[in-house]
Write a protein that binds this ligand. Structure first.
Ligand code: CU
Length: 365
């Protein structure tokens, strides 16, 4: 079949909007008719080569849609099911999946870096030239074939053009607060970066019972949005060292500091925001080349630093759970969507992201 998609041919170049050929689903794969796709900062990082993946590639990894066809071996999905695309294929066979940590599935890294499906190939092509599928999802396309394990069935009550955010940003952020961190009622937290992921961390912290929630972002509109979503205080890093400001506001530091940008200086800042025995949770995706510098003495006071991959989330358990929280009004997703756009406007949305504007743009098909 044919599908219109946004393809990255060369690092740094604009995405090309073009018609691709798409083969049908093979063993344990499903064909999804995309309804919506969020534009995540990681897509931006892939476009500019901060993160690397095989090219050419159909970008987009925060998709939601409707099952159009199931391949052989797929038993738990049927045509017409509504699904959110998870970032991990949950292969079910690797050591991490067997330990019930599908967010570290060994196949996940492979499909992210190689932009392929589980059998190492891709279903997209352009005049015979294979075109890769970013993160095994490739949601910047009207249709995509993805691993069945990445297609998480969700209730038809949930609007897909909103809950697509749960595919990446929300699961990464809310999961980091609820699954990775051990927040107790009354704890204090700081969140560095108030984009889609940071605002999800913030809301997860509120749900987990944190009562002092400090949002750190240089963009005034994002700080205002953070306050409307549950932040109790905000910090503008342009007013001086953010860590110092947070320590001052909290009499010595927070229980948990979340880094949601993937930058070395803000990872170090998160560490410097901690009270004694506090914990820094690193959520943002850094460049693989980055190194950080921490004051070692912090460990002497039992401070900890911990990574969070995909919010330590088990997609089949957590994606429906987060959608339920949204439907009950506890998780606010509509407010995080700055703009709804068409596929052809994807490059413009990247430009806005580069300028730090808005929390999330969503493509609707
Ligand atoms: Cu993402």
């Amino acid at each position: 079949m044919k599908t219109k998609a946004a393809v990255l041919y060369k690092v740094g170049a604009p995405l090309q909007i073009e018609e691709l050929d798409l083969d049908g689903p093979k063993q344990d794969e499903v064909l999804i008719k995309m309804v919506a796709s969020g534009i995540c900062h990681s897509d931006y990082s892939f476009r500019y080569g901060v993160l690397e993946t095989a090219l050419p590639s159909v970008l987009g990894h925060e998709g939601a849609g409707i099952v159009q066809e199931v391949g052989p071996g797929v038993t738990d999905l049927v045509v017409g099911d509504h699904v959110v695309c998870a970032l991990t294929p949950s292969c079910g066979k690797c050591g991490m999946c067997l330990e019930e940590k599908p967010y570290l599935c060994a196949e996940m890294g492979r499909i992210i870096w190689n932009g392929c499906l589980l059998d190492g190939t891709t279903r997209f092509s352009n005049h015979g030239l294979p075109v890769h599928t970013l993160c095994g999802v490739g949601s910047f396309s009207e249709y995509s074939v993805i691993p069945a394990g990445s297609a998480i069935k969700v209730t038809k009550d949930a609007p897909l053009e909103t809950v697509c955010l749960v595919g990446c940003g929300v699961t990464t952020g809310v999961g980091a607060a609820i699954n990775t961190a051990d927040i107790e009622q009354g704890d204090s937290v700081a969140i560095i970066g108030c984009g889609g992921v940071g605002l999800s961390v913030l809301q997860g912290c509120k749900i987990a019972g944190a009562t002092t929630i400090i949002a750190v972002d240089p963009v005034p509109e994002k700080r205002t949005l953070a306050l409307s979503l549950g932040a109790t205080d905000v910090v503008d890093p342009n007013d001086g060292d953010a860590a110092k400001q947070v320590r001052k506001m909290t009499n010595g530091g927070v229980h948990f500091a979340f880094e949601a940008l993937g930058r070395t200086e803000t990872v170090e800042q998160a560490w410097n925001m901690l009270r004694l025995a506090g914990e820094a949770i690193i959520v943002g995706v850094p460049s693989p080349k980055d190194k950080i510098k921490l004051g070692v003495v912090g460990f002497f006071t039992e401070r900890k630093i911990k990574g969070s991959a995909y919010g330590s989330s088990v997609p089949k358990r957590d994606i429906p759970k987060f959608i339920d929280l949204y439907l009950k009004g506890e998780l606010k997703l509509d407010q995080m969507i700055t703009k709804r756009i068409r596929l052809k406007d994807v490059n413009q949305a990247f430009d806005e992201m580069g300028r730090g504007e808005g929390a999330r743009s969503v493509i609707t098909y």
